[in-house]
Ligand binder design. Sequence first.
Ligand code: HEC
Length: 141
Amino acid sequence: MKPVYLFLSIFIVLFSCKKESTKPEVKEELIMYEASEMTVLMRDIYEFNKALKVRIEEKKELLEYPNEFFKINTAKLTNPDYRNAEFDSLATIFLENQRASFSPNTDSLVINYNKSIKACIECHKTRCTGPLPKIKKLMIH
Ligand code: HEC
């Protein structure tokens, strides 16, 4: 196998909805995998929050709120059944708390940030459970 494919498959296994496994079925994963709009958005959301967590913890200047997060309301999903009334209300809670955790210098910054991560966890409990362990690591204790 070419190293680039090995790298790709490791990447896919680490980030996909499926439970992380140490022995990926490399070929099938590569052929079947096509990232949905939501998957692409979620990867951005994850990276942003990872960076945001460090900035909050180190009391650095915060990042600007990425308006593209609103796409959570419309982005195409791999499984369209995931989007229902519960999804929409969790998405709204997520967006509200995320916005609050990008506002600088409020006493409740950490609380708002953790609330937004809890909204990720709440939605991921029933949809796309694979990334839950790494989402939980985003909480500030
Ligand atoms: C309202 C529901 C909802 C919320 C809130 C939510 N997610 Fe997701 N997330 C999903 C769904 C559904 C998918 C699967 C997307 C697909 O397969 O099309 C997903 C996919 C992902 C993935 C996997 C991407 C991949 O490469 O396969 C990661 C990582 C992720 N979300 C992280 C987060 C983080 C971090 C947050 C909060 C900061 C968050 N999510 C908030 C529903 C949500």
